[in-house]
Design a protein around this ligand. Structure first.
Ligand code: CAA
Length: 245
């Protein structure tokens, strides 16, 4: 994808399982990479393992003011941001009968407020420049629901509502906004599910396996490319057939 050479991407939570693969794939296409992180020790160890040089920026994406600061740090080091991937996310699984208000708020804040907080920093500038890409990483569970995840499913479904609304507002400005909804991917987040529960979930995936982070990253790179310029407001599933609609 030569057209992406020297573009700048901000990937939130880029040091995690899916985020890391997205950073790598975009870096392979010549994109300069910035990623937010929460845990400095983990982020620095991660950066040392990469074949490219990511810009690491400490940021709580659930905190608006922290995102304002993050924007100026990224832009002062790399210039204007062309591609935003809202990938940072957490789970705090509990059945509704056991969920606490804190678990509700943590997940809505980290997974959904963050999408507003981050996009609000960059999308108006993209519109003025006449080119931009926003890619929101949601989940199969935002499409089909999941026992024990009222908080997460609400946030992930909300992300796609945001995608469709913003896509309409910026379509004429050369900015596309899309959602990618991964199924169960082999990352620490999925491996944290109790083993017997996880085995039952895998048994329901027609492909018979967990997805690979690289399979999500390839889709993200395509959506960032020039060839995807007419695709906006869409939701792409990559879930091994677990949910079809
Ligand atoms: N459907 C229907 N009933 C279920 C059920 C299900 N899937 N799972 C549990 N139950 C039932 C149990 O049989 C039990 O019934 P009884 O009370 O009649 O015995 C009852 O619900 C247990 O309820 P609890 O409130 O006690 O639930 P728990 O504390 O034992 O477990 C949970 C809740 C920890 C959320 C557990 O269900 C779980 O781990 N579920 C998996 C959640 C999941 O898939 N998370 C995905 C994380 S990865 C991710 O999110 C990435 C992505 O985008 C895909």
């Amino acid at each position: 994808m030569p057209e992406l050479k020297n573009k700048v991407a901000l990937i939130t939570g880029g040091t995690g399982g899916i985020g890391s693969a997205i950073c790598q794939r975009l870096a392979d296409a010549g994109v300069r990479i910035a990623t937010t992180y929460r845990n400095a020790e983990k982020a620095e160890a991660w950066a040392q393992d990469q074949a490219f040089e990511p810009l690491l920026v400490a940021c709580d994406v659930g905190d608006y003011d922290d995102c304002v600061r993050m924007k100026s740090e990224v832009e002062s080091r790399l210039g204007t941001v062309d591609i935003v991937v809202n990938n940072a996310g957490i789970t705090r699984d509990a059945s509704f009968r056991k969920i606490t208000v804190e678990k509700w708020r943590q997940v809505i804040n980290a997974n959904l407020d963050s999408v507003f907080n981050v996009c609000h920093q960059f999308v108006n500038d993209m519109s003025e420049r006449g080119w931009g890409r926003v890619i929101n990483i949601a989940s199969v569970n935002g499409q089909k629901g999941c026992f024990g995840q009222t908080n997460y499913c609400a946030a992930k479904a909300g992300m796609h509502g945001f995608t469709m609304a913003l896509a309409q507002e910026v379509a004429r400005k050369g900015v596309t906004v899309n959602t990618v909804s991964p199924g169960y991917i082999a990352t620490d987040m999925v491996m944290a599910v109790r083993e017997d529960v996880r085995e039952q979930i895998i048994a329901q995936i027609p492909a018979g396996r967990l997805g690979r982070p690289e399979e999500i990253a390839a889709l993200v790179a395509f959506l960032a490319s020039e060839d995807a310029g007419f695709i906006t407001g869409a939701n792409f599933a990559s879930n091994g057939g677990q949910h079809m609609h």
